[in-house]
Design a protein around this ligand. Structure first.
Ligand SMILES: *Cc1c(COP(=O)(O)O)cnc(C)c1O
Length: 403
């Protein structure tokens, strides 16, 4: 946002401050009224002092707002805050997480280019590649997330980008992001990381060598299940392409949603710590229970990539998955016996949610595809919220008793 007034003394000095301070302060610019809250700019357009001023702003010679599909001060504040938190030169907000992923591919790929995607990505991400980008001549192949030599072997001369989610949903598999970035860069490809599950509070992929980060802000960035949004963050020269696409195609973020996300970010660090603490306790407890065959949580010593998770992430996240005895019937009885936890596929909410992946989020896969993805009928996913952990444990105990 451009400032014609002398607000220097009031603007926050953010040199060298810590993550939690950036989460509260970054992107906060003050208007002449110097309000303490984050102002919401509900306007589609902006007026210019003179015709010459309008011409200069349209030409980009003078910074400033022209039209809210291009820039809006509230949206810009959110973008600047996310950029600060991800350690990105620039971030740009989108209408949803899917719009962020679409914008990345539309910005960097042309017909004839090849994209490598990890097998375990979000279902709509696979649909976007399979049903739409393939139709426009983008080649797509899938690689098991953790298999570094598999990634290396799958890269072709026309591979433009590698797309991963780490940790994966719902099984909490990881990829070594720094190692994968090296593999991509050695062959001239970009690494894009969907950082939705960790948020920058737990993982900063750009600092590990990734080129671009995407988010569904709908999840933990909002944190309370209120609205939809997304964001793309990366280096200036790459973000120029993404900004150009979004301005032209239009899936940009509403200022109201940006304002909600600014409020969400203020508590992101605290919330992620609390999500992780609750999830760790429940995962450890579940692992001790008779009715449970296996718990998938990177915070457990039994997780095959526990050491990588401890190195790469500042916390193990909110999603705990587990396999119960009794197959699908057991899993459904478990889910139906809970009274407090919401039966919904959403995550990243202060409310804990429970879902049966093989008949919901992964229900469209064939049994063979589910088997290959490790999604058993006995698998339950819990996205742990912010309720008191003893109450959550008591609710899961109801599920166990029903097995
Ligand atoms: C939800 C989600 C998306 C899609 O985001 P929307 O905001 O629903 O469009 C993408 N990636 C991951 C990992 C998600 O969980």
């Amino acid at each position: 946002m451009s400032q014609d007034w002398d607000a220097g003394r009031l603007d926050s000095d953010l040199e060298g401050v810590a993550f939690d301070t950036l989460a509260v302060r970054a992107g906060q610019h003050r208007t002449p009224e110097a309000e303490h809250g984050d102002p919401m700019f509900f306007t589609s357009s902006y007026v210019f002092r003179t015709a010459a001023d309008a011409a200069a702003r349209f030409a980009g010679e003078v910074p400033g707002n022209v039209y809210s599909r291009y820039t809006n001060p509230t949206v810009r504040a959110f973008e600047e805050r996310i950029a600060a938190l991800e350690g990105a030169e620039q971030a740009v907000a989108t209408a949803t997480g899917m719009a962020a992923i679409m914008a990345v591919v539309m910005s960097f790929c042309s017909a004839g280019d090849h994209v490598l995607v990890s097998r375990s990505v979000f279902g709509s991400t696979i649909s976007l590649f399979e049903k739409y980008f393939k139709r426009f001549g983008v080649e797509v192949d899938y690689v098991p997330l953790a298999d570094l030599s598999g990634w290396d072997a799958a890269i072709k001369p026309n591979t433009k980008l590698l797309f991963v989610e780490s940790p994966s949903n719902p099984l909490a598999e990881l990829v070594d992001i720094a190692a994968l970035a090296e593999i991509a860069h050695a062959k001239g490809a970009m690494l894009v990381v969907d950082n939705c599950f960790c948020t920058p509070a737990l993982q900063q992929p750009l600092k590990l060598g990734a080129d671009v980060v995407v988010h569904s802000a709908t999840k933990f960035i909002d944190g309370q299940g209120r609205c939809m949004g997304g964001v793309v963050a990366g280096r200036g020269e790459q973000m120029k392409e993404v900004v150009g696409f979004l301005r032209t195609a239009g899936p940009t973020l509403s200022p109201f949603n940006a304002w909600i996300f600014l409020k969400g970010l203020e508590t992101l660090g605290l919330r992620m710590k609390a999500h992780c603490a609750n999830a760790q306790l429940l995962a450890e407890w579940l692992e001790q229970q008779d009715g449970i065959e296996k718990v998938h949580y990177a915070g457990l010593k039994s997780h095959p990539q526990h050491d990588l998770a401890a190195r790469q992430q500042r916390g193990f996240g909110a999603v705990v998955s587990f396999e119960v005895k009794g197959g699908k019937e057991g899993a459904w009885r478990f889910i139906d016996a809970t009274r407090l936890i919401s039966i919904t596929a959403n995550l990243g909410d202060s409310k804990t949610t429970i879902t049966h992946p093989s008949t919901t989020s992964h229900g469209r896969l064939s049994p063979q595809e589910r088997e290959a993805a490790g999604i058993r009928d006995s698998l339950i996913r819990v996205a742990v919220g912010l309720e008191d952990v003893a109450d959550l444990q008591a609710d899961l105990a109801r599920g166990l008793a029903a097995l």
